[in-house]
Design a protein around this ligand. Sequence first.
Ligand code: ATP
Ligand code: MG
Length: 462
Amino acid sequence: MLKKLFQSFRPPVPGQHHRRTTPEVINKSQHSLQRHQFSRHAVNIVERLQSAGYQAYLVGGCVRDLMLGITPKDFDVATSATPEQVRAEFRNARIIGRRFKLVHVHFGRDIIEVATFRAHHSDEDQGDSHRSSHNASGRILRDNVYGTLEEDAQRRDFTINALYYDPVSERILDYANGVHDVRNRLLRLIGDPTHRYQEDPVRMLRAVRFAAKLDFGIEKHTFKPIRELAPLLREIPPARLFEECLKLFLSGQGAIAFEMLVDLELFEPLFPASAHALEERPTYTHTLISQALNNTDLRVKQGKPVTPAFLFAALLWPALPARVLHLQNQGVPPIPAMNGAAHDLIAEQCARIAIPKRFTLPIREIWDMQERLPRRSGKRADMLLDNPRFRAGYDFLLLRECAGEETDDLGQWWTDYQDANDSERREMIRELGSRDEGSAAGPRKRKRSGSKRKRSGDEAFE
Ligand code: ATP
Ligand code: MG
């Protein structure tokens, strides 16, 4: 699979590096897109902008996806109207964004993004920091230099994302040989790849995301600079990386995306501690993370809800033991060592990828649950079953077992316990007690000190 993704280098399209000033026009009879496949609201916006005298098109992911027979996630509109002009045309329109200003037009719960044509930044524009700014490594910090349709096409990332569909004439405008690349299932950056990655290193993650999601190959010039430039991701604001990671891992092709991230050395700048664990314990770490992503992919395909917390819990879990051990070696007792390690690991990770509190809390709870699931005596098992995090904790336990962690068949025990009726459950708990006693050399004494230690352990988690 991976091999296919990376090795499907196809010859470059003749003339691809020359800027096209006139687009290739693909008429209605030459393509499969149909007007009614697009969001009614988005088509309506395009029509209204056109009748007001502006240029307006459907662009980006929706055109690309429909050409590939995929249902688009959202519909983006590009126009010659400025954000203020767009706002003036629609009642429910709001200007949003600073780095990249655009307009959200609301139709009930449906939101259509309307962006004004952008141009590449010229040296002149750089003087005006409200419109355009770069940092020392060439990264675009502000991208509000407006331009023509042709310029807008050139500043987009991949050729397949630079196709413009006019629902009125039902024609596609192609300035970058995007139709050729859609047909050949190939991701190709527009312009000089190194320069385009320096402008916005997130494009490297977008390359992975689209290659995984669409099952496309990455054209060799687009592919080549990635490993070397991967460290540039460290400069990206952590909040943006969080959004991008969700898209990468929740696209329904997260497992493949993970393989590609690792292969292209993009995983390390995103998850440094996990990348380290991947080096130290490759098989275990790899199995745990891919299995979590495979399960997520399946749920996404079945239309079931997925929680980023579970995924992040799995992505970071392999990095935990080394840290716990480190603290224990400094004399910290096991439970506080576990808590301290979990806290530090999450804090460190958030410096790279800003995982919001509403997810970091459940991550901690899923991990804490791993300490509690083995402690089942008395009423504990039933109390755990009532815990709102039980299901996630149990699923996580199965995941750990699947990756080869030794748990003394704890997962099976909990599976049986959930299936059992009341009297069977009582019996299972009784057996547990006798098994514990049987295995202890001095039953009474051992058991008491054991349960005392367990209780104090539980308290530390509550
Ligand atoms: P999807 O919505 O399925 O994730 P998309 O291609 O629509 O895919 P968006 O993030 O919605 O992706 O962006 C819309 C369009 O804006 C893209 O198709 C591309 O043309 C342009 N674009 C987005 N991000 C960038 C970027 N970082 N650099 C250049 N162009 C971009
Ligand atoms: Mg989109």
